[in-house]
Design a protein around this ligand. Structure first.
Ligand code: GLU
Length: 556
C-alpha cells in the first residue's frame, strides 16, 4: 500500500464504496441528443429571492425547451447560515408561482432517481470521491488552525505574495507525511481536507459561458477546502460531485460564481469527471428611487426582493411569470403577441438570448402586465382569486365579498369580457379600493369637483338629473337624459361643439356626467356609470344624489 492509500484508509475507513459504485447507481440518463439537464440549487438560508425565481425559471425553461430534465436540489451544507423553515420557504415560493421541477425535493418528499436531492444526505458520495482523491495524492488533510491561517495571510501581505490564500509554498500541510498525519489525527487534532492543486498561475483557462461567451481566467492554484472538519463538503466540492452524479449537463447559476469556475473545472478534471457547460445569469437590479442609480435588489431596502412580497400583495402568479419571462428573453414579448393563449412554458427559451448585464426589475412594468392579465379574466375568476387572497390577507374584504358573492361578481363584471376590457386592477389587494363605493361600510365619500366646475352648477346638474332619473332606463335612455339636462344649464351635449367654441358654454356632456359620477361614487374615473347605478339600485342612487345635491348647494 502506498502512503496515499494508507492515508485514504486512515481518513475514510468508514467508506466501503468506490466511485464506480455511484457511476453505476446513477447511470447516464440516455436522453435524446440536445436534451439539457439543469438544476436549481438554493441554500435554505433565507426567503426565496426574486433572483431565485428568475434562476429557477431559466432552469425549468431550458429543460422544457430541450425535452430535458430540471431538478431542485437543496444545498444545506452551511448549517450555520441555515434558517428554520428555509426549505419550506423555497418550496412555498415555487408552488405559489406554479413552478414545478421534474425531479428533486418537493413538498411531499422527493421525486426522481438521482437523489437524495438534499446535500446533507449525500455525505457518503462526497466522502467516496474524497477518498479516491486522497488515494491518488490529489487531496490531503490540513491541520492549520484559524490562527495559523491568519499568520499565513499576514506573511503573504508582508512578503508581497501574488494573493492571499492557501496555495503553493504557503500551503503548510501540503507535504505532511503519512506518519505525521496519523499522529496528529490520533491526537485528536481537527483537520479539513484540501485539494492539492496542480494549477499554474502563468497558465490561462478558457470556458464557454452560454450567456457570456468565451471567458478567460488564470488557472486555479488554490488548495481549496473540499471537506470541512465535520466531513461536510464545501459548495465547490459538492457542486462537482452532485452535478456529475445527477448527470447535470448545464449549470445555470448566478454570476457571483464566475470567479470560482476555474476551481470547479480543476476539480472536475482531478475527479476524472466530464466538465459541464456553464451559464452565469445576471443579477436582478433596480433603479434606486432616491439617487436614480442602478443597483442590486436589496433584502433590506426592497420588499420586492422577496418572492413572498408578490404573494402578499396579491399579484396573480401568471403576471409575475410573464414579467420575468420578458426579463429573461427579450423576444418573449413578440412571442406572446403571436401566441396569445399559449402556455408560457411552451416558449422556446434560449440561454443565448439572455442579456449578460443585470436586468432591471420594474414594478411599474409588472403592474402593467398584471393589469393586462387580470383584464382578460372572467369576473368569476377575479372574484375567486380575490377571495382566495383576501381569505389569507384581508379579512374585511373577504367578509364583504362573501356576504353577497353574486353582487361582487356583478360589480367585477362591469366593462369586462369585451374586446377592450378596462385595466384597473393590477393585484388583488387593489380590489377593495376598486369596489369600495358599492359598499357603504367602506365607501368614503368625496365631493371634490374638477376646478372647471362650480359647486352651484354641480348642484343644478344633480337637481336636474334627479328629476329625470329612472332606474329602469337602458343605457341609451340613460345617456339621452344626461344629454337633455345639458343645454338648459349652459352646457353642451356635443363635445366637438364645445371644443370649437369653448367660451360659449360652461362645459360639455362629459363635465355633466363627471358631476353625476362624483355624486355617486366619489371619483372622476370609474367603469360604466350606467352599470354602476343598476347595481347600486334606485334608492341608493337617489339617496346619494340628494346628499350630493345638498353638499354642492352648500358650496362645498
Ligand atoms: N447554493 C448555491 C447558491 O445558493 C448554488 C449555486 C449553484 O447554482 O451552483 O448560490
Amino acid at each position: 500500500m502506498t502512503d496515499c492509500e494508507k492515508l485514504a484508509e486512515l481518513l475514510f475507513g468508514n467508506i466501503d464504496k468506490d466511485i464506480e459504485y455511484f457511476e453505476k447507481k446513477y447511470p447516464d440518463r440516455g436522453l435524446a441528443e440536445g436534451a439539457r439537464v439543469t438544476r436549481f440549487a438554493p441554500s435554505p438560508t433565507g426567503y426565496l429571492h426574486i433572483g431565485g425565481l428568475f434562476g429557477a425559471l431559466s432552469d425549468i425553461l431550458t429543460a422544457k425547451a430541450t425535452n430535458g430534465v430540471s431538478m431542485l436540489r437543496i444545498e444545506d451544507t452551511d448549517k450555520k447560515r441555515e434558517i428554520d423553515e428555509g426549505v419550506s420557504a423555497i418550496l412555498n415560493g415555487f408552488s405559489s408561482f406554479g413552478l414545478e421541477f421534474d425531479e428533486g425535493v418537493t413538498e411531499d418528499g422527493e421525486k426522481g432517481s438521482y437523489g437524495p436531492y438534499t446535500q446533507s444526505q449525500r455525505v457518503e458520495i462526497y466522502q467516496t470521491v474524497a477518498k479516491q482523491l486522497v488515494k491518488e495524492g490529489k487531496a490531503y488533510p490540513c491541520f492549520c488552525t484559524a490562527e495559523e491561517l491568519n499568520e499565513i495571510r499576514a506573511r503573504q501581505e508582508k512578503e508581497g505574495a501574488l494573493f492571499a490564500g492557501y496555495y503553493g509554498k504557503w500551503a503548510k500541510c501540503r507535504d505532511i507525511t503519512y506518519e505525521e498525519a496519523e499522529k496528529r489525527i490520533k491526537n485528536g487534532e481537527k483537520y479539513v481536507l484540501r485539494f492539492r492543486s496542480d494549477g499554474d498561475e502563468n497558465k490561462r483557462i478558457f470556458f464557454d459561458d452560454l450567456i457570456r461567451g468565451k471567458i478567460e481566467m488564470p488557472e486555479n492554484i488554490i488548495d481549496e477546502v473540499l471537506l470541512k472538519s465535520d466531513g461536510v463538503p464545501t459548495y465547490h466540492f459538492a457542486h462537482v460531485c452532485d452535478d456529475h452524479f445527477m448527470r447535470t449537463t448545464h449549470v445555470i447559476r448566478g454570476e457571483e460564481w464566475i470567479s470560482s469556475t476555474p476551481k470547479h473545472i480543476a476539480l472536475f478534471k482531478a475527479c476524472g469527471f466530464k466538465i459541464l457547460k456553464y451559464a452565469h445569469t445576471p443579477q436582478v437590479m433596480k433603479i434606486d428611487e432616491e439617487d436614480g442609480t442602478k443597483r442590486k435588489l436589496s433584502k433590506r431596502k426592497d420588499p420586492e426582493a422577496a418572492v413572498s412580497y408578490f404573494v402578499e400583495e396579491g399579484y396573480p402568479k401568471e403576471a409575475l411569470i410573464e414579467y420575468l419571462m420578458g426579463l429573461l428573453n427579450s423576444n418573449f414579448e413578440d412571442w406572446r403577441r403571436a401566441n396569445k393563449n399559449e402556455d408560457v412554458f411552451k416558449f422556446p427559451f434560449n440561454l443565448k438570448k439572455m442579456s449578460p448585464s443585470g436586468c432591471l426589475f420594474d414594478l411599474v412594468k409588472l403592474a402593467d402586465i398584471s393589469k393586462n392579465v387580470i383584464s382578460v379574466m372572467k369576473a368569476s375568476e377575479v372574484l375567486d382569486r380575490t377571495l382566495e387572497w383576501s381569505g389569507e390577507y384581508d379579512a374585511g374584504l373577504y367578509e364583504l365579498l362573501c356576504a353577497d358573492k353574486a353582487k361582487a361578481e356583478e360589480i367585477l363584471n362591469i366593462d369586462r369580457e369585451n374586446p377592450k376590457p378596462r385595466k384597473d386592477i393590477s393585484k388583488w389587494s387593489e380590489v377593495k379600493d376598486y369596489i369600495s363605493y358599492f359598499y357603504n361600510e367602506i365607501y368614503s365619500e368625496n365631493y371634490t369637483l374638477p376646478e372647471s366646475t362650480a359647486a352651484k352648477d354641480a348642484a343644478d346638474i344633480v337637481s336636474a338629473y334627479i328629476k329625470k332619473f329612472d332606474i329602469n332606463d337602458d343605457k341609451e335612455q340613460w345617456f339621452a337624459k344626461i344629454k337633455e339636462i345639458c343645454e338648459p344649464l349652459g352646457f353642451t351635449p356635443n363635445v366637438k361643439e364645445y371644443k370649437q367654441n369653448p367660451d360659449a358654454y360652461k362645459g360639455h356632456v362629459g363635465d355633466v356626467s363627471t358631476v353625476i359620477r362624483i355624486a355617486l361614487t366619489g371619483r372622476t374615473n370609474t367603469p360604466d356609470l350606467h352599470a354602476i347605478m343598476k347595481i347600486l339600485g334606485r334608492e341608493e342612487v337617489l339617496r346619494r344624489l340628494e346628499k350630493a345635491e345638498k353638499i354642492f348647494k352648500e358650496g362645498k
